[in-house]
Design a protein around this ligand. Structure first.
Ligand code: GN1
Ligand code: MG
Length: 363
């Protein structure tokens, strides 16, 4: 692998590199903070995992289409501080491209947004802001003209995720299936409910639009006052169901523990975060959501822990080839935690449904 300094030198950056250090907690790409001397901008360097993102160029085209569309919207609205509200990528040499392929790896470099912080924990106040931010994000992209590709085909397609699990079980590549039959039973017991959205889509009853598809709180940048500046980590921006962003945020944001909590007794779903996030989201997204999209929001709260459990378990059975792990049973622990969260949410469904109904009747 080329040295990181050599990679950085291929991009048109301002200033001279002072230091390069690992940055963030993503499970897929490798991310580095690049600091420069003096007042020059600092940068974020990423090595893109092209085993996961097989069409890197298509993904990068998506990201540039989205960031330039958002920039244009912010300019039209005469927003202040636009440089801190949308990501900007540096180009490689004279190519005009924002992605470097060094013969082995793909790299990209964006400006670090100054004074921005990421939060690892969510409060009702930040959850409300987050809901508004993702609602606004989807709203701004509702009229984008470019057709975006699915940077990971079928990324949030529950039917596909279950097929991948079934294939993993059939192959049983590392002999782990026998020990997870209890988890497979829980999963198969809920298949038809969890695949309902795909069915509705096929019947033309549920649309897709451009979504972020990885709405964790650490994928948002907040300013000094705790308000959202912008949404980052745009690799998975693609056409999906709106509730990709709504449900996936709650999966981590409203869970009382990290997503890999080993003690499942500690896992619960925090209704106050749910309410605050939903209120923020609906205050923005209520302007453009269709009736059928609103109707499926409550179910999506359950869908995302379920889907994530299926994805973690598939990877565990395949021998840990997708997600970064810190110890051998990590994907199994993650699966158990997600299924526990799913079950907590299942028992709270009546309250979840009635709260969303209440919010929807106010708009
Ligand atoms: C991955 O790399 P990170 O943490 O942003 C994954 C998400 C999962 C998440 C689970 C491309 O995101 O879909 O929800 O791990 N991203 C991809 O923590 O698979
Ligand atoms: Mg991410």
């Amino acid at each position: 692998m080329k040295s990181l300094e050599k990679v950085i030198s291929e991009f048109n950056i301002k200033g001279e590199v002072l230091s390069v250090a690992p940055f963030g907690t993503g499970l897929i790409n490798d991310t580095y903070l690049v600091e420069t001397f003096g007042d020059m901008p600092d940068y974020v360097l990423q090595r893109i995992n092209h085993r996961v993102f097989k069409d890197v160029e298509g993904m990068q085209r998506n990201i540039l289409a989205v960031t330039s569309h958002i920039r244009h919207k912010l300019e039209q609205a005469c927003e202040k501080d636009i440089e801190r509200k949308v990501l900007e990528f540096e180009t490689v040499g004279k190519t005009g491209k924002s992605c470097l392929y060094d013969g082995e790896n793909y790299w990209r470099l964006s400006r670090l947004i100054p004074g921005a912080v990421t939060l690892q924990e969510v409060t009702p106040i930040t959850a409300r802001y987050a809901g508004m931010a993702f609602g606004r994000f989807q709203g701004m992209l509702a009229d984008i003209r470019e057709e975006l590709t699915e940077s990971i085909p079928g990324f949030h397609n529950m039917e596909l995720r279950l097929r991948q699990l079934r294939e993993a079980v059939e192959n049983d590549a590392v002999g782990r299936v026998a020990d997870v039959s209890d988890l497979l039973d829980i999963i198969s017991g809920h298949e038809s409910w969890m695949c309902e959205a795909e069915k509705l889509h096929r019947e033309d009853k549920l649309p897709k639009r451009i979504c972020h598809c990885d709405t964790k709180v650490n994928n948002m940048l907040f300013d000094e006052n705790g308000e959202v500046l912008c949404v980052i980590d745009l690799d998975t921006v693609m056409p999906s169901f709106v509730f990709s962003d709504y449900g996936d945020f709650l999966r981590t944001g409203a869970c009382t523990t990290p997503e890999d909590e080993p003690d499942i007794e500690k896992i619960d779903f925090d209704m106050s975060i749910f309410k605050a996030f939903s209120e923020g989201y609906m205050s923005e997204a209520g302007k453009f959501l269709t009736k059928s999209e609103i109707e499926w929001l409550p179910d999506s709260v359950a869908l995302f822990p379920y889907m994530q459990a299926v994805r973690f378990l598939t990877d565990y059975i395949n021998g840990d080839i997708y997600y970064k792990i810190s110890y051998p049973e990590h994907n199994l622990v993650r699966t158990r935690a997600q299924l526990r969260l799913f079950q907590c949410i299942e028992s709270l469904m009546p309250g979840i449904r009635s709260y969303i109904r209440e919010l929807a009747s106010d708009i």
